[in-house]
Design a binder for this molecule. Structure first.
Ligand code: SAM
Ligand code: SF4
Length: 344
């Protein structure tokens, strides 16, 4: 890294290079593995970071500490009004490798409308969540009848040239595990990389049980029975283990649809390589999705602290980043916030 950047390194020597920013806790879906149907307590608008506040914090991470990637998430980031304005501010931040690599995770329902303005504003990559190809099951899982809009949103994202467009599929036993192969086939045919995500204990309703987790081994077994796979070399701190179809997929070797990923948070934690930190929509800084401690940076900003003072808080927080989550330990306690409040 160039000498003009300080390094944000945790006590275990992990360099922090990836920042997830939740731009809202609200959402137009109610996925069963994330939110309750009703009764979510939304943040007051005045407690949510403004675009200027997000930009100021992001600038510290990128231009002081050389953070290379920012991913916007939520809640559903596209329900935040004027999102392209924020993208355009963030896309101007310059890190060690040039402009920050700006990505977003979305449910994709409004991508047909937003893909072009977001691309024009400087967004580079999108992950779109799609857990099932069956309309009734989609309705059951998201509590919204939006499958066709999401499928169209995926096409729209590809058409405007996001590179890459990836699909996130959370697999839950007894719900959509029968569709693992269909989702892999969809990725091959649509030429998108599908990333299968193990169900995590971050659902607001607390239904998660270890028995509902479909682990990486089982996911790979189901896919490779039809499409033989080979593991790809690990890419640094990326959370997904990646695999290539031995037949090269339908669009040729190296094309997005020639690969799949699995995010094995539960059965094969990747905490040892984790380079990620997070900002919630209300400006709380977290060093792990499962952390039970967070650091309020928004109050620091609003009370007039300088960038140096805020940076001291960031460093103090990173010094507490733990070795890894404790999901299989008896002393594991779920975070008090659920996935949509944390910024998954
Ligand atoms: N609303 C956007 C979306 O759904 O893509 C972004 C926010 S969502 C919280 C980010 C990702 O977390 C999505 O891919 C979603 O499927 C995933 N997710 C939500 N709850 C989860 C859980 N309990 N376990 C694993 N992944 C989860
Ligand atoms: Fe909304 Fe995303 Fe959570 Fe589904 S997973 S309820 S789309 S935030």
């Amino acid at each position: 890294m160039s000498e003009s950047f300080e390094q944000l390194i945790d006590p275990l020597g992990r360099h922090i290079e990836d920042l997830r920013i939740s731009v809202t806790d609200r959402c137009n879906f109610r996925c069963t593995y994330c939110m309750p149907e009703e009764g979510m307590q939304w943040l007051n608008r005045s407690d949510v970071m403004s675009f200027e506040e997000i930009e100021r914090l992001a600038r510290i991470f990128v231009e002081r500490y050389g953070v290379k990637g920012i991913r916007l998430t939520g809640g559903e980031p596209t329900v935040r009004a004027h999102l392209p304005v924020l993208i355009s501010k963030l896309s101007k931040l310059v890190g060690p490798d040039g402009p920050v690599n700006l990505a977003m995770t979305t449910n994709g329902a409004t991508m047909r409308l937003l893909a072009d303005p977001l691309k024009q504003a400087g967004l580079k990559r999108v992950n779109i969540s799609l857990d099932t190809l069956d309309r009734a099951k989609f309705h059951q899982m998201t509590r919204r009848d939006e499958l066709n809009n999401v499928l169209d949103g995926i096409c729209a994202a590809q058409e405007v040239g996001f590179d890459p467009v990836k699909i996130n599929a959370v697999i839950e036993r007894g719900i959509n595990d029968s569709e693992i192969l269909d989702l892999a086939t969809f990725g091959r045919e649509q030429n998108v990389e599908v990333r299968f995500i193990e169900f995590m204990p971050l659902d607001a309703e607390g239904h998660w049980m270890n028995d509902n987790v479909v682990g990486q081994a089982e996911i790979l077994e189901k896919i490779s029975a039809k499409y033989p796979l080979e593991v790809l070399p690990a890419r640094g701190a990326a959370p997904a283990d990646r695999f290539r179809f031995l037949d090269g997929g339908l669009y040729g070797e190296g094309s997005p649809g020639s690969m799949i990923g699995v995010i094995p948070t539960i059965t094969k934690p990747f905490c040892g390589d984790c380079d990620r930190v997070r900002l919630t929509a209300e400006g709380d800084f977290r060093t792990c999705l499962f952390a039970n401690k967070e650091f309020d940076l928004l109050t620091a900003l609003r009370s007039g602290e300088s960038d140096d003072q805020v940076a001291d808080r960031i460093e103090a927080a990173v010094a507490t980043k733990w070795a890894g989550h404790q999901i299989h330990q008896v002393n594991f306690t779920r975070p008090s916030k659920s996935m949509s409040q944390l910024g998954g």
